[in-house]
Write a protein of this length. Sequence first.
Length: 206
Amino acid sequence: MTSQAPMPTVFVVDDDPALRTALNSLLRSVGMQVFTYGSGAEFLQHPFEDAPACLILDVRLQGESGLDFQVRLSEHKVSMPIIFVSGHGDIAMSVKAMKAGALDFLVKPFRDQDLLDAVSMALQQDSKRRETGKSAANLRARFQTLTPREQEVMAFAVTGLMNKQIAAEMGLSEITVKIHRGHAMKKMQAKTFADLVKMSEALAGN
């Protein structure tokens, strides 16, 4: 029996108990898993699962602004899309939040549907980010299974050099280069040489 993937989660950090209760009811009414907190410190105590998530964050928390807490999240290596909410929103604050990586900025009172749309987009974005991260990690793991020689042959091959030219560069026989190249293709799970080139470009970009 396969284990179920963890449910997408919405976190709410707001020092207004009434708003926390309202958001909790709204989000649960559409089948979402929700956790609410009155402060950033409480939120950071949460054991985060490897599942898509987003954070609804009040701009004006007691003792610490939501914008400052956004910076602190990066320091704690907590990465998820942030939707800011504020009863005192202005353009400058909104721009600062978005520049720091916030996905959206809603001014209270906001429409329920606007919040639900923002949350849906945030969870989709985080899901895509996680899938991309897993693909990159898998690619790096496959590359690490190559021997140093196979990595070197692959590096030369993806620049467009022929086996004969690679052999001359490395001081190897052409047949040896061909074998290393074949091993690299197999270990990287590249069906075509074009796939191998794309994988090399992806590794260089990470």
